[in-house]
Design a protein around this ligand. Structure first.
Ligand code: PRX
Length: 706
């Protein structure tokens, strides 16, 4: 049985031999501990299993409720759990209005445009309140948006994005933001799936020094939605520069409107926040499996907001007076939870940056941090690797000081972790490796920064109130310290988790619960472990090491190797900047590994580097993992969000179709890599052979990229 309904390939054995070396602990400074939100070990006790589910009151009590709830957790309709039942609240009120009394003049957001000559814009809580109200009035009175309606946003990293999210939340409408880097087609498909009649978009934005035409995608989106049966009535277009249109796409009469024109009629308008039931959906976030249609993860109002507020407080250590910068895109769950809702619920200042990390040079992020006085920094390993590659010595040139730094989204190789901690964090900052996913709404595994030491490459134990377990294929627990990996699950419900897949409740049950449910008739949550979709192992100290998606595991001669494990080994080679492992179908060994690597500046490809990479794998993991080939390439194919597209290089390595590359940040690199690899393979006598359907499926499905 397939673990992931859309994974295509089933994972039939659970014993994954893992060859990580144990890393040493690092400890937070007394200075950090002295100011931390969670310095007292008693917090662990308060969230222990015997206090579940009531422990989550502590998170819910961070919010203002219009009506307090009567039941913390209702399990009567498993696995559709309801949190804080009977409670009513408004998410926008909690993120904006309630801060006006104490911090109206404090910046809620500081927005940094990509062109460096343009000044950063500070949006105070008072200003945010005004702009959110005006847009809410426009959405309600001009676009006819009501509580429960879905509104699709296709906005880049501009203040209008959180403003639109909060305006929807104020009305009780369900926002569905589609990452701006996605195509119009992708946006249209999501509009149709969610039945959105209104699209909020922008004419253009800046990325990597280029002015991008974004409005053109809206026309495509509307056409695609129509094809799929959804008529989009209004397209509301923000202009990146008010009054000047930066797109070449025409405005459709009677459908497309410039927000900066229409909003003139709503100046100073106030909209009463709509009091919503705790379990009303707040937003949809579409997330792809490896094949099939993206699914709309539906997140709740009360449970979600409570969960992101609580985890932001304890794990990001956010205080209202901090300046917090999460360098992610709000188009992903990280941005929703930890740029917008969590930080704003706590009344802090959240920094947003429009552009690319190394534009115009790799010192940019550190200049932003220095100028704005950022003291909490949050980003993904991909960005860290990229900045390390482009400018390893840059951070030292700037006088910022971080008290805490976060890594999220992928396993981080210990080598990269050490650069992040030592060079970016100047050994002063606590590093919190947060493991979670779109579906979980907030963190699942991480260290409590003042209480639990850091261990490079491990996210840490389950977070407060989260009780993970690793199971093998038969559902037997894989013990901590066994050196074996399996499928990591969360045994209990929690307030931040997705409520369902929009419109597909069966798929929700099938995807996350079918594999390990003990008894489908049971109303006891203990019978319903949630399948996260990652392979993981637990060390004897209780820390988890995430190996990557279940579908990212390479099975070499019956020996499963985590791609991250291979890559981490190769990253110990000093010349190597980035590494990606892919499976290649092999007659005798099932799969063998091919490695793709890119080099740090100043190095050129050589046989010696290839040999070093192979030797590093042999040394760190063993001969079994020795890659067949190491391809030193000029750059990795990457998504706009910066993740390496492993399925593209897996396709090249297997002489198969690389699939859709239109969402790549650098599609041109694909052809260059293909030519290089095909030429070298042919010189080495490696001929293509036709793959079976199942093999093709596996290669196509390899690497989860969104
Ligand atoms: O494989 C895990 C990886 O990212 C996946 C979730 O991706 P997405 O839904 O896009 O959400 C990303 C932001 C939370 C997970 O299944 N992942 C996420 N965080 C980590 C991680 N892998 C290792 N370590 C992490 N800290």
């Amino acid at each position: 049985m397939a673990i992931y309904e859309e994974a295509g390939a089933s994972v039939t054995e659970a014993q994954i031999a893992v060859h990580w070396r144990e890393e040493d602990y690092l400890y937070p400074s007394p200075r950090f501990i002295g100011q931390a939100n969670a310095p007292d070990p008693a917090v662990r006790e308060r969230f222990s299993e015997e206090h579940f589910p009531e422990c989550f009151r502590e998170y819910a009590d961070l919010l203002d409720w219009d009506t307090y709830w009567h039941t913390t957790l209702d399990t009567s309709n498993p696995p559709f759990w309801d949190w804080f039942v009977g409670g009513r609240l408004n998410a926008c009120y909690n993120c904006v209005d309630r801060h006006l009394a104490t911090r109206a003049n404090q910046a809620a957001f500081i927005w940094v445009p990509e062109p460096e000559a343009d000044p950063a814009q500070s949006i105070t809580y008072r200003e945010l309140y005004r702009r959110v109200n005006e847009l809410a009035a426009l959405l309600r009175d001009f676009a006819g948006v009501q509580a429960g309606d879905r509104v699709t946003l296709h906005l880049p990293m501009v203040p209008e994005l959180p403003i639109a999210m909060l305006a929807c939340a104020r009305l009780g409408a369900v926002h569905s933001e589609v990452f701006a880097g996605f195509s119009g087609t992708a946006c249209g498909g999501r509009m149709a799936d969610s039945g959105s009649r209104v699209l909020v978009t922008m004419d253009g934005y800046y990325r990597d020094g280029k002015a991008l035409d974004h409005k053109a995608k809206a026309d495509e989106a509307v056409a695609v939605a129509k094809d799929q049966g959804t008529e989009v009535e209004k397209v509301l277009v923000f202009r990146r520069h008010a009054g000047q249109y930066m797109s070449k796409a025409p405005m459709a009469e009677g459908r497309d409107y410039f927000v900066d024109d229409v909003i003139a009629g709503y100046r100073g308008k106030l909209v009463e926040p709509v009091s919503m039931p705790a379990e009303a959906p707040l937003f949809l976030m579409y997330t792809s499996g490896t094949t099939g249609k993206p699914k709309g993860a539906q997140h709740s109002t009360g449970g979600y907001l409570a969960y992101v507020a609580g985890t932001s407080k304890f794990y990001l250590d956010i205080h209202p007076e901090d300046t917090y910068w999460c360098f992610a895109d709000i188009g992903w769950i990280t941005g929703h939870s930890y740029i917008v809702y969590g930080p704003l619920a706590l009344g802090t200042t959240s920094v947003m940056y429009e552009g690319a990390p190394a534009y115009p040079d790799p010192g940019r992020p550190w200049r932003i941090a220095e100028r704005l006085g950022v003291n909490i920094f949050h980003t993904a390993p991909t960005t860290i690797r990229m900045l390390r590659k482009a400018g390893p010595d840059e951070p030292a040139k700037y006088g910022y000081h971080f008290k805490l730094m976060v890594t999220v989204g992928e396993p981080i190789e210990p080598e990269v972790w050490r650069w992040y901690h030592g060079t970016v964090g100047k050994r002063e900052a606590v590093v919190v490796d947060t493991w979670w996913m779109t579906e979980t709404g907030g963190f699942m595994g991480a260290t409590l920064p003042a209480l639990e030491p850091m261990k490079p490459g491990s996210c840490g134990p389950g977070v407060l109130g989260i009780y993970p377990a690793i199971y093998d294929e038969e559902g037997k627990p894989v013990e901590a310290g066994s050196g074996r990996a399996g499928n990591i699950c969360i045994r209990n419900p929690w307030p931040g988790q997705l409520q369902t897949i929009w419109g597909q409740p069966e798929r929700f049950v099938q995807t996350y619960y079918a594999k390990y449910c003990h008894d489908t008739q049971s109303k006891d949550w203990h019978d319903w472990p949630f399948l996260c979709g990652d392979g993981a192992m637990q060390a004897i100290d209780g820390y988890y090491r995430i190996l990557g998606r279940i579908d990212d595991v390479i099975n070499v001669a019956g020996h499963r190797l985590g791609t991250k494990e291979l890559e981490s080994a190769v990253l110990t080679v000093p010349e190597v900047a980035e590494a990606a492992a892919v499976p290649v179908v092999d007659e005798t060994r099932g799969r063998v590994v091919e490695m793709y690597v890119s080099l740090k500046p100043g190095y050129s490809p050589s046989q010696e580097i290839e040999d070093k990479a192979k030797a590093a794998i042999e040394r760190e993991i063993g001969k079994v993992a020795r890659p067949r080939n190491v391809w030193v390439v000029p750059d990795m194919p990457k998504t706009r969000s910066g993740k390496i597209m492993r399925r593209v290089i897996a396709g090249i390595s297997n002489f198969t179709d690389v699939g859709d590359i239109t969402t790549l940040a650098n599609p041109e690199v694909v052809e260059a890599i293909r030519r290089q690899v095909y030429a070298e393979k042919s010189a080495r006598g490696e001929a293509p052979r036709p793959l079976t359907e199942q093999e093709l499926e596996e290669i196509k499905a390899f690497g989860r990229t969104e």
